[in-house]
Design a binder for this molecule. Structure first.
Ligand SMILES: [Zn+2]
Length: 234
C-alpha cells in the first residue's frame, strides 16, 4: 500500500507540474500583452507621452535630391491652400547643439517641423515633403519651405558651421531652378527678398536664425552653384 500510495502521489505530482507550468506559461504573456496594448488606449495617451500612441515617422524617398534621407512625420504634412505660390525659403536655427531629428520625428508639443533639417556636418534630412506646408514659420507656412539648422554653440553667437552654410546654399540653388512642386508654382529667386531668415518673415518677433547665419553669403554662394551648373550643361 505504502509504495503504491507514494507512486500515486508521484504520478499526480508529475502530471500536475506540466499543468501548472502551462498555466503560468499562458498567464505570463497576458500582463505583457496588456502592457503593450495599454498605450494604445486613449486613457493612457495623456499620461505616457514617451510611450504614447503617436504614430512613428516612416522612411520615404526625399524630394530634394541631395537629402540623405526623408521621413513621413506624424505631424505637419498638411496641404497648402489651393493656388499657393511657394516664394520664400525661410531659414531657422534650432537653438540646439544636439541632434534635433528625434524631436522632428515625433508629434512634438510645439507641432514644429521644417521641410529640411541641416546638421552641423552639412547633412540634409527631409522631414516635411516640400510640396506640403512646413510647420515652422506660422502664417508664412503656406507660401514657404523652411530649413532648421543645428547650432554649433549656444547664445550669444548661436554658431552655424561652414558645412551647414554650404548645404543651405545648395538647397537654395536647387529651389531657384524649380518651377513647380506638385501643383504649386515655385518662385524663389536668389535674392534677399525670397531667401530670408525667420526674423525677416514678418510673422514672429524672434532673433532666429541668430547672428552667425550669413544669409548674404548663402545667396551669393547659391548664385555661384547655379552658374557652375549652367556652365557644365552648356
Ligand atoms: Zn525660427
Amino acid at each position: 500500500m505504502k509504495p503504491l500510495f507514494f507512486w500515486t502521489l508521484a504520478i499526480i505530482f508529475a502530471s500536475a507540474q506540466p499543468a501548472r507550468s502551462q498555466t503560468s506559461a499562458t498567464q505570463s504573456p497576458t500582463p505583457a500583452a496588456t502592457a503593450v496594448s495599454r498605450p494604445a488606449s486613449p486613457q493612457f495617451s495623456g499620461s505616457q507621452p514617451t510611450a504614447g500612441p503617436a504614430p512613428a515617422a516612416t522612411p520615404r524617398k526625399p524630394v530634394y535630391p541631395k537629402a540623405v534621407r526623408g521621413w513621413n512625420v506624424p505631424l505637419g504634412q498638411r496641404d497648402r491652400k489651393a493656388g499657393s505660390v511657394i516664394n520664400r525659403f525661410i531659414i531657422h536655427h534650432t537653438t540646439n547643439t544636439g541632434d534635433e531629428s528625434p524631436y522632428f520625428m515625433r508629434n512634438n508639443e510645439r507641432s514644429s517641423c521644417p521641410t529640411w533639417y541641416v546638421t552641423s556636418n552639412g547633412e540634409v534630412i527631409e522631414f516635411i515633403d516640400p510640396v506640403k506646408r512646413p510647420s515652422s514659420t506660422g502664417a508664412a507656412n503656406d507660401y514657404s519651405v523652411a530649413v532648421e539648422t543645428q547650432n554649433t554653440s549656444r547664445a550669444p553667437l548661436w554658431g552655424i558651421s561652414d558645412e551647414s552654410h554650404e548645404a543651405i546654399a545648395q538647397i537654395a540653388a536647387w529651389l531657384s531652378m524649380q518651377s513647380h512642386l506638385g501643383p504649386y508654382k515655385v518662385d524663389i529667386k536668389l535674392d534677399r527678398t525670397h531667401i530670408i531668415g525667420h526674423n525677416e518673415a514678418g510673422v514672429n518677433k524672434t532673433v532666429c536664425p541668430g547672428p552667425s547665419m550669413r544669409l548674404d553669403w548663402i545667396v551669393a554662394r547659391a548664385k555661384q552653384i547655379v552658374a557652375e551648373q549652367q556652365a557644365r550643361s552648356h
